[in-house]
Design a protein around this ligand. Structure first.
Ligand SMILES: CC(=O)[C@@H](O)[C@H](O)COP(=O)(O)O
Ligand SMILES: NCC(=O)COP(=O)(O)O
Length: 238
């Protein structure tokens, strides 16, 4: 079964645009769970322009599904994750000034660093996932680092979907097959949408989790959050 984790960063972005607490990210997280999300994803960045570190601390006790914290493992982030103890931590190699995530780790070049960080999280009982491009080699080295899962960075798939979806999905199928072969769990995310999600899941039905934020919040403007989450669930056969 593939789980749907809803990334609520964009809800925090909207709140931050005006100060105050509208929309209330804690309430939205609870409603997402009530509407069928299998998990909540947050991605605190060093400048806290989206979700804030304080939000992450406040959300943890109310989560009844799975909490996934994504981010670059700088010291402050590592401390936050070890304090909050989410279900899953996803390591993402973001630069501080990036608008959004735009690549996965080089798990070969950063093997020693990632092995150390993954070890610290695993010791604390937190499932670990490493964000990677769809590369068989990067998936293999993620396993060497001791990760439980990889998350495939799906922006290139989303960008190529309309032009040639067979070509766009091909490297993802290869990377996903490698993950399955070596016993790594598999997540996927970035720019997945109602347009491209069903085909992704049809070709890689063993994906454990998709985390989706931007498109869900955009669709919810027209469809409402409840109906939107139901539609994303249907796209992954739920
Ligand atoms: C790792 C990843 O692909 C997502 O976390 C993505 O970066 C969404 O985050 P934003 O909504 O903050 O861009
Ligand atoms: N890990 C990907 C994620 O959480 C959401 O990415 P997006 O759907 O906002 O592009």
């Amino acid at each position: 079964m593939t789980k749907l984790s809803v990334n609520i960063n964009k809800v925090a972005t909207l709140r931050n645009a005006r100060g105050g607490n509208h929309p209330d990210v804690l309430r939205v997280a609870a409603d997402c769970e009530m509407f069928g999300a299998d998990g909540i994803t947050v991605h605190p960045r060093p400048d806290e322009r989206h979700i804030r570190y304080a939000d992450v601390r406040a959300i943890r006790p109310q989560i009844t599904t799975e909490l996934n914290i994504e981010g670059n493992p700088i010291d402050r982030y590592i401390d936050l994750v070890l304090e909050v103890k989410p279900t899953q931590v996803t390591l993402v190699p973001d630069a501080e000034d990036q608008i959004t995530s735009n690549h996965g780790w080089d798990t070969k070049a950063n093997r020693a660093f990632l092995t150390d960080v993954v070890g610290r999280f695993r010791e604390a009982g937190i499932r670990t996932s490493i964000f990677v491009d769809p590369s068989v080699e990067m998936v293999g080295y993620a396993k060497e680092c001791g990760a439980d899962r990889v998350e495939l960075y799906t922006e290139p798939y989303a960008a190529g979907y309309e032009r040639d979806r067979e070509a766009a999905i091909a490297p993802f199928v290869a990377a996903a097959e490698e993950a399955r072969r070596i016993g790594l769990g598999l997540n996927a995310g970035h720019d997945l949408s109602l347009q491209n999600l069903h085909f992704f899941h049809e070709r890689i039905p063993w994906v454990d989790e998709v985390s989706i934020g931007h498109a869900i919040i955009c669709d919810a403007l027209y469809l409402g959050l409840h109906e939107t989450i139901a539609m994303y669930r249907r796209a992954i056969g739920r």
